[in-house]
Design a protein around this ligand. Structure first.
Ligand code: FAD
Length: 289
């Protein structure tokens, strides 16, 4: 099945994001999570593509295993950073060989500090739209791209970021998934600007239930994401009580999910960080509502 088609087919679609395991212990955790998530019958699961080293091959391997061992539809993330066009062609060929037909095409961040200067690989690509074009010309793939409700930290300004996003979609993307965010208005503003630019691509909100204050603060620093002060305060008030933090995370993600679906979002894409407890609770809450 093609994710682009699924997202245009009416009812909201639910998906989960996983990352490839680095060692055996992580492998055990991942597969426990996969089995737990499989019971929910998600529309697809995605596997991220690491910024260099081992986890790149691991993305192909993990996606292939999920295809072979589970009933779930898969999407592989793929980044252009540090690859020649030839290497990217090979990688896309590998994905096709292991039965992956859905790819999220990303530029990637510089290895190490993601905020460091972006340096194009000689013989490589400069922007994600080039990877979209390469994948679309390489076979029968449904291709997704990244969207940034708050803008990408490298955008000259928000409007320019929207223009580049729309150009990336016009290069052949079938759907988009957003960076995680905590203000529903930011998603709606992006969606409306993209529609106003004459582009009707389905944009799936990325959701991550907060489970850990430090992790979310680090993420906010790296991506420039705004973390609402009121939410930060609520979390700090129960700092040290992991269950209370999780409860707030689940409540906030449930509320966001409800509002986004009521606004007509085509689905929700949950970042799980390979642990599914909070995500499953949000899922159950949304089912009830
Ligand atoms: P692009 O679309 O190329 O944009 C990058 C910058 O270039 C932006 O500022 C944009 O405005 C500008 N730009 C774009 N096109 C043009 C143009 N034609 N002319 C001038 N400027 C232009 N990273 C990983 O390493 N692995 C992953 O698995 C991964 N998964 C992700 C999943 C999601 C849902 C999201 C939202 C992000 C993910 N990322 C991942 C992070 C992503 O690689 C980074 O955010 C990266 O910095 C931007 O990638 P992009 O594909 O949006 O780049």
């Amino acid at each position: 099945a093609k994710i682009g088609d699924l997202l245009r087919s009416g009812t909201p679609k639910f998906s989960f994001e996983l990352f490839p395991p680095r060692d055996e212990k992580a492998d055990g955790i991942l597969w426990r999570t996969i089995r737990n998530l499989e019971q929910l019958g998600p529309d697809f699961v995605s596997v991220t593509y690491g910024a260099g080293g081992l986890t790149r091959e691991k993305t192909v391997e993990t996606t292939e295993l999920i295809n072979a061992e589970t009933t779930m539809l898969t999407m592989a993330h793929c980044t252009a950073v540090d690859h020649t066009v030839g290497e990217l062609r090979n990688l896309i060929g590998h994905f096709a060989n292991v039965g992956v037909r859905n790819i999220l095409a990303l530029r990637g961040d510089p290895p190490g500090d993601p905020r460091a200067e972006w340096i194009e690989h000689p013989g490589g690509m400069r922007y994600a739209y080039e990877l979209v074009e390469l994948i679309k010309s390489s076979g029968d793939f449904s291709v997704g791209v990244a969207a940034f409700p708050e803008g990408h930290p490298r955008d000259a300004d928000w409007e320019t970021g929207v223009r580049h996003f729309v150009a990336k979609c016009r290069a052949g993307a079938d759907f988009a998934i957003t960076q995680i965010f905590y203000r529903v208005e930011d998603y709606l503003r992006l969606r409306d600007a993209v529609v106003a630019a004459g582009c009707d691509i389905p944009i799936v909100p990325g959701i991550m239930p907060v489970t850990n204050i430090k992790q979310i603060e680090r993420f906010a620093v790296l991506t420039g994401m705004a973390f609402p002060a009121a939410l930060a305060e609520r979390l700090r008030a129960v700092e040290g009580d992991r269950d209370a933090i999780r409860d707030i995370g689940v409540e906030v993600a449930t509320d966001m999910g409800e509002r986004l679906l009521a606004e007509g979002a085509p689905g929700l894409h949950f970042t799980t960080l390979n642990h599914s407890r909070s995500t499953r609770r949000v899922w159950q809450n949304l089912r009830k509502s």
